[in-house]
Each structure stands twice: as structure tokens, then as C-alpha cells.
Design a protein around this ligand. Structure first.
Ligand code: GLN
Length: 485
């Protein structure tokens, strides 16, 4: 098998049996990146020299018998993760030359297991977007059809896997940013429960919603990645000190008797026919595997997008106040005094979508509007969260579409923010509720575009959705399809 086609588990076995070295695997990935990058644009920074150094160290570690599942595996991470000594832009001009002095815990955990960093991946600016089109560092294209978006905001993280430029990647998900691109690019993407993975050193967008998670070729790899990422971190006060299950050994448990809820509000008229067809086929497969289906209701679903765009923008306006040109980031050259320096630095550094969000959020938090918008949104969030708690009394997991349509054309929605915001209608409620969910490759549109389905789990029930995903994967071939690129 070609190195670039391998999974983590496959490459691990090849490294362990000394069929391959990590340096060989890393070289193969770097060559692949060089060949297809002009057509895809998944990377903002390729760290070739660093990758080869990591790989040489990993080979020594393998030789000495201290091998971990990720030792020597070439990975890449979204450019939102602070990587000590390696440029981190978050897709923004304002951080174009920013070299962080420390690393994110999640990234550090991968490195501590001996993983190799190939580079930093393209994304929407400050993770705001659903198409990767708000990146300040160029277009990222969907490897299945390069006239289309890869999804966003972790567009590079999904495209890099589909283009076989990395074995697995790391993304973040505030309202769908792991699951939606995973669905559009045909990979497995998991958003863990809020608090499951440390957010320390992840550039903040909306702190009460942001969560780190893996994008991979198959469910087994996702479980391997999550095992390396999950757990309490004293540096993140919102990370939760809950025991971490052995996600890999739990995979094969089967799903006989599993109760799957179908929330009726998610099966709306106007759902793309290809997405609907995929859902129907998936339900059929799960029935065959012994699952039981129950219709459930999440009655406040209609309020989710509005609630999200008040809470996320309010938190963003506060989080992004730190980019003032004083301590780090872009500083305007010619300014008449401090206020002018702040204004010019921010005007020059931020792109249009980020400015729109800051204005929306600042407005929602301003005196006179705070109660009408921000407080109201918090109340709606509680209702949405309660919907999930109530529904999970009668089911083990929920099954829904990930996105209302397959990947759309580049440019199709850039001038219509409302249409863009509606791309996340099925993923946003999960972040508001704080629970976990996964996107799983489940079929193709008539045009040959990948379509994913979403499995939503109970808080800290990642092992249950992984097991359900694994059972589906064992019974189907979708995850084996590769883009022709
Ligand atoms: N598309 C949503 C937004 O623009 C979600 C982004 C995300 O999950 N980071 O806010």
C-alpha cells in the first residue's frame, strides 16, 4: 500500500515491524504535499525541516522499543493551535508573523506521543466561517471537486486528509467546524464533549463553545487520536477531570439494542435529496445491525442559529479585544497617537467577516441591548440544552444530517452571510448543549461529492458514538473511497 493512503493503525503496524521508518513515511507525505498543494491549498505553513527532525527522533524511539500509537505518524494541525517556535496565524493577517512562545496542550500531547508535525493548516480567519473562504492565506479547495469549498472553518484539516497530505489532523469546532468539513471531504470528524479536551493554547473564538477534536480516515484512527487528546489539564479550568475510557478497545462492542433517536426537527422539507437519500440508507444499515429507532423531538431547534450568533459573536468581541497592536500581532505603521494606532492596526489586520462578528457581538453586549440580546440568548441556550437532556432520557445516541447540502461552489455564498450561517443548522445545537458528536462518511451525491451523517452522543459518551460509527464502518465501504486528485 502507498504510504500516503495509510491509516494511523496501518502505518503504526508498518513502523513497528520495521517495514518502514518514520523518516520514509514523512518524506512521502512531504512529497505529496508539494505535488498537490497548488491544487488544494490546505496548508498555511509547511514545516518540512521540523517534520524530518521529529521523524528522526521518532525512529530512535521506535528502535529503543518505547513506541506509542502515534510515534512516527505524520500529522498536521489547524493554524489555531499555538505551536512553540512555529508561526501561528489563525488564518489572519493580524497574526501573520506571530511566533508563539508556548504550545497548546492538545498539540503538545500529540508531540509527546512522538507524532510528526508536517505543518499548519488553512482555516477561516479566527475559525469564523463554513467554507474556508475567510482565510487571509488563500483559497482551500475540496479535493473531490476543486471548484468547491472544503467546508470550514477547519477546511484545511479536512482537505489535507482527503488529498492524502496528512495521515490525520487536528481541528476545532465551535458550531460545526470539525464535522461540516469532515462531511464535505469524506473524513471522520469528532467534536468531543465540552471539557473533554484541553483548550489551553488554542486561540479563542467563543470560549464557551470551542472544542478541539480529530479528523481521520476511519473511526479506529479517530479513537486513537482522541485517546491521546482527552483528559484533564490543570491549565484549562474548563477541562473536566473525568476518567478517560479506552476508546480503541471499546470500538468492537457492537450495537445490538442501541436506541437511536431521530429528532423530527432535523428532517425538514428542503433537505437536499442526496442528503435525504443518504440518511435513509444509513437508517436501513443500522436497522440491519440491530439498532432500534425512536422518533424524538428537540423543540427549540429553530432558535439555535440565532442563539449561537449572539453568544458566539459576543464572546468573540471580547476574546478579540486583545489584538490591539501593542504586545503582539500586526501594528499599523503610521498612527497619530494610541487610539489611532489601535483603530488602524485592527482595521488593517482583521478581515471583513471578523469585523462583522466583532460589531455584532459588541452590539449584543452593549448597555441597553444586553438584556434583550445576550441575556435572552443565554436563556434560549438553556432551553436548547434541556431539550438534549430530556431526549437522551429515552435514547443512547441521535442520528441526523451534518449539513443541509453537499459542498457548495467556491464563491456561492460569500456575499450572503445568512445563507452561510445556515450551513451549520444541524451542528450548532450540539455546541450550545455542550455534548459530543461525530461526522461519519456515509455516501455520495449524484455529482460524486461525499456526504456525512452525524451521530450525537450523551455528554462524555464519546465511546458510544465511536462504537456506533465503527459498526457502521464495518458494514460499509464509504470510508475507503479516495478523491481522484
Ligand atoms: N460556521 C460557524 C461560524 O462561523 C462555526 C465555526 C466553528 O465551528 N468554528 O461561527
Amino acid at each position: 500500500m502507498n504510504i500516503i493512503d495509510m491509516t494511523i493503525s496501518g502505518l503504526h503496524a508498518a513502523l513497528k515491524s520495521k517495514q518502514l521508518s518514520s523518516v520514509e513515511a514523512t518524506k512521502a507525505m512531504l512529497e505529496r504535499i508539494e505535488t498537490v498543494e497548488p491544487q488544494v491549498g490546505s496548508f498555511i505553513t509547511v514545516t518540512a525541516d521540523h517534520a524530518l527532525e521529529c521523524a528522526a527522533t521518532a525512529d530512535l524511539r521506535i528502535a529503543s522499543g518505547r513506541m506509542d500509537m502515534l510515534t512516527g505518524i505524520p500529522l498536521a494541525v489547524k493554524d489555531i493551535f499555538l505551536t512553540e517556535g512555529i508561526r501561528t496565524t489563525c488564518g489572519s493577517r493580524i497574526l501573520e508573523n506571530f511566533i508563539p512562545p508556548y504550545s497548546a496542550t492538545s498539540y503538545q500531547n500529540l508531540r509527546d506521543s512522538g507524532a510528526v508535525l508536517l505543518g499548519k493548516l488553512n482555516q477561516d480567519e479566527f475559525a469564523m466561517g463554513s467554507s474556508n473562504e475567510s482565510s487571509a492565506f488563500g483559497v482551500c479547495r475540496n479535493p473531490w471537486d476543486t471548484t468547491r469549498i472544503p467546508g470550514g472553518s477547519s477546511g484545511g484539516s479536512a482537505a489535507a486528509i482527503a488529498a492524502r497530505q496528512a495521515i490525520a489532523t487536528l481541528g476545532t469546532d465551535t458550531g460545526g467546524s470539525i464535522r461540516q468539513p469532515a462531511s464535505h471531504c469524506g473524513c471522520v470528524g469528532l467534536k468531543p464533549t465540552y471539557g473533554r479536551v484541553s483548550r489551553y493554547g488554542v486561540i479563542a473564538y467563543a470560549s464557551s463553545l470551542d472544542q478541539v477534536g480529530p479528523l481521520t480516515r476511519d473511526v479506529t484512527d479517530n479513537a486513537i487520536m482522541l485517546s491521546a487528546l482527552a483528559g484533564y489539564d490543570p491549565k484549562d479550568s474548563t477541562s473536566v477531570d473525568e476518567p478517560v475510557p479506552d476508546y480503541v478497545s471499546e470500538l468492537a462492542g457492537g450495537i445490538k439494542g442501541l436506541k437511536i433517536g431521530l429528532p423530527k426537527e432535523y428532517f425538514i422539507a428542503g433537505l437536499d435529496p442526496d442528503v435525504q437519500k443518504t440518511m435513509d440508507a444509513v437508517i436501513e444499515t443500522y436497522r440491519r445491525l440491530g439498532a432500534e429507532f425512536v422518533e424524538i423531538s428537540l423543540p427549540h431547534t429553530d432558535y439555535a442559529v440565532a442563539t449561537y450568533y449572539l453568544i458566539a459573536t459576543a464572546e468573540a468581541s471580547s476574546n478579540l479585544a486583545r489584538y490591539d497592536g501593542v504586545r503582539f500581532g500586526h501594528r499599523a505603521k503610521e498612527a497619530a497617537g494610541l487610539l489611532d494606532m489601535y483603530t488602524k492596526s485592527r482595521s488593517e489586520g482583521f478581515g471583513a467577516e471578523v469585523k462583522r462578528r466583532i460589531m455584532l457581538g459588541t452590539y449584543a453586549l452593549s448597555s441597553g441591548y444586553y438584556d434583550a440580546y445576550y441575556v435572552k440568548a443565554q436563556k434560549a441556550r438553556t432551553l436548547i440544552m434541556n431539550d438534549f437532556i430530556k431526549a437522551f432520557e429515552s435514547v443512547d445516541v441521535m442520528l441526523t444530517p451534518v449539513a443541509p447540502t453537499p459542498a457548495f461552489k467556491i464563491g456561492e455564498k460569500v456575499n450572503d452571510p445568512l445563507q452561510m450561517y445556515l450551513s451549520d443548522i444541524f451542528t450548532i445545537p450540539v455546541n450550545l448543549a455542550g455534548t459530543c458528536a461525530m461526522s461519519l462518511p456515509a455516501g455520495f451525491s449524484a455529482d460524486g461529492l461525499p456526504i456525512g451523517v452525524q451521530l450525537i452522543g450523551k455528554p462524555f459518551g464519546e465511546e458510544v458514538i465511536l462504537r456506533a460509527g465503527y459498526a457502521f464502518e464495518q458494514a460499509t465501504e464509504w470510508h475507503k473511497a479516495t478523491a481522484a486528485l
